[in-house]
Design a protein around this ligand. Structure first.
Ligand SMILES: C[S@@+](CC[C@H](N)C(=O)[O-])C[C@H]1O[C@@H](n2cnc3c(N)ncnc32)[C@H](O)[C@@H]1O
Length: 313
């Protein structure tokens, strides 16, 4: 009866209302070609909310008095796709360039710790991969000063993604996506059908909810920020604001790592592009800390990342 009364097809006007609400609440900018996404991801929530049309649904959510419904919509419209050691190169950059440099600076008393932020960590594979990379570094460098010196903050706007991340419990399908077998043995314990991240790895990371539209000031300063595969969903204007806020929350000479298809071209000149193997990263210009890594040649960004518009839009 209920399904009979309710139309889950969205009109152009309704799409515009919901699209504007989503952009206001989480910065995600959806073109009109994404109407099918709203239909497929929100139809159930609209019906559950006793609304017969998306217009009615829009007015209900616009009242702003149902935090649970808002969280469910955000969970539904965000894309939480991720995998272990995604793109590999960011983790090689840590192992080969950043960790040795930080290690040296710790030994020389030039720093007391290292703060890393995985902004938009989704279900946790990114920060856990980073923590495992640190463990691997420590296994190879027994006298390292990095032990206990790296703190990792991992944030996301999606409550359901963060809950899974915090739990550190993954089924075999999730585990099979990019995790080397030897890491599964070393850093997980099996309980029935679940693989549970070892406590020391889990405890090396602080998970907390954060909307990237909010102020970063309460987070303090970071040495490295990973902001991968999230800005692709934002408008050009929001991306520029976001990068400005990230520049402000990085320590002098701090590092920003983007997704493999992303770049800062056309957004800011605050960073110097560096390369390591097949990977690229950005270092905040004008820092007082020693330069890290190699400056990338001019044409590398376009070679590796494709045309800037591929990411910037
Ligand atoms: C495709 S995943 C990327 C995960 C991971 N960084 C990676 O590269 O594998 C994008 C993540 O961005 C999050 N996200 C989207 N909009 C956000 C916002 N405004 N604030 C914080 N996180 C957001 C989503 O919830 C999702 O988990």
């Amino acid at each position: 009866m209920f399904a009979f009364m309710t139309s889950t097809a969205i009109s152009t006007d309704e799409f515009k209302l919901i699209q504007a609400w989503i952009e206001k609440e989480c910065g995600i900018s959806m073109g009109e070609d994404k109407a099918y996404l709203i239909e497929s991801r929100l139809a159930r929530l609209m019906v559950e909310s006793m609304c017969d049309t998306y217009r009615e649904f829009y007015f209900k959510i616009s009242l702003g008095n149902d935090a649970l419904l808002k969280a469910k919509i955000i969970d539904a419209v965000t894309t939480n796709e991720t995998l272990w050691f995604r793109d590999e190169s960011p983790f090689a950059i840590f192992k080969d360039i950043l960790f040795p440099q930080f290690d040296k600076e710790l030994a020389l008393g030039k720093r007391t710790g290292v703060k890393v932020w995985s902004a938009a960590c989704s279900t946790g594979q990114e920060p856990y991969s980073l923590s495992m990379t640190q463990q691997e570094y420590l296994r190879q460098c027994s006298g390292s000063n990095l032990k206990g010196a790296v703190s990792i903050l991992a944030t996301d706007i999606s409550n359901s993604a963060l809950m899974l991340a915090k739990s550190g419990r993954y089924d075999d399908i999730a585990i099979s996506r990019g995790l080397p077998e030897c890491y599964k043995t070393r850093y997980f314990k099996q309980e029935g059908r679940l693989n549970i991240v070892n406590t020391d790895i889990r405890e090396s990371i602080t998970f907390q909810p954060l909307n990237l539209q909010n102020s970063f000031l309460p987070l303090g300063k970071f040495d490295v920020v990973l902001m991968r595969n999230v800005a692709i969903y934002f408008s050009q204007q929001f991306k520029a604001e976001l990068i400005k806020k990230i520049s402000n929350c990085l320590n002098p000479g701090g590092i920003l790592i983007l997704g493999a298809s992303e770049s800062l071209s056309g957004i800011t000149h605050d960073f110097e592009l560096k390369e390591h193997g097949r990977g690229l990263y950005y270092q905040l210009k004008g820092g007082s800390t020693s330069a890290i890594g190699h400056v990338a040649s001019n044409n590398i960004a376009s070679h590796r990342n494709g045309p800037a518009v591929a990411m910037i839009r």
